[in-house]
Ligand binder design. Sequence first.
Ligand SMILES: [Zn+2]
Length: 329
Amino acid sequence: MELTRRHALAGAAAIAASPLLKTSAANAAAPLADKQAPSFYRYKVGDAQVNAISDGMNTFALADTFVLNAKKDAVNAALEKAFLPKDKVSIHFAPLVINTGGKLVVVDTGNGPGAFASSKGNVGQFANNLAAAGFDPKNIDVVVISHFHGDHVNGLLAADGAPAFPNAEVLVPAAEWKYWMDDGEMSRATGDRMQGLFKNSRRVFEAGLKKKVTPYEWGKDVAPGLLAVESIGHTPGHTSFVLSSGSDKVFIQSDVTNLPALFVTNPGWHLMYDQDPALAEKTRRKVYGMLVADKMRVQGFHYPFPANGYVEKDGNGYRLVPAPWNPTT
Ligand SMILES: [Zn+2]
């Protein structure tokens, strides 16, 4: 049967005239539900399972300097092209739990319980969503950190300041540890944000974890099948990972790009939080060139949830094609 637009409209009119609608209209007086389902998503990489666990989303006004080398009008045009509202940005956070078969490995930990309280639950959701996904923090074997920004390390501590993963070994990039824990570097830091990052690293790793961390080097596995890869620029020790199992792989990029609608589309744009913007761009172009050439799946900490997909070349930049939702894991 051919369903024309006229038929469809006639059908809609018939439904509107039916008594059924009166019943529905009465039910519509119920309040709108105000919560999504707990946000976690699982997929397989060979025999390993990746669990993307949302830490929530932060929305803030678009600063003139959010992109250091593009005018606000151009940034707004890129947002509108991606069907996103202008003059503001919404940034997601997606830590991971990787089940390698032998070990439960957390990769980055989100904004933490302090941010959960101050944001009224918009961010810092990792602990709650982790529980909803069926994981007990006591069973986590390893926590791997990509870099020392607060949205990645603050979830290492629970609300009472004790380690959030009491039985886990905490692995940190050696270059990141060397930089942020160096008092000389701290004394040379300029501006509130950079000084705050040095202080926060001491709060988390000295006061909280009592320096019980293990630095790791690039080019080696930090857990079974999880290779640490240098991807510096965003911070001096910024690290990405390749998870491999059998012939299957995913590139866990961490913060090689922030919001894809801006920085995957325009790899030459410099994010205000990239500590060495030129080096971050060089890394970004190298990584995205590799992702295209290898057709490798990519997981991005700040991509829209569940934060994974594939990348293709598009004009002078790239385009993120989200992986389709698979209900069967
Ligand atoms: Zn980040």
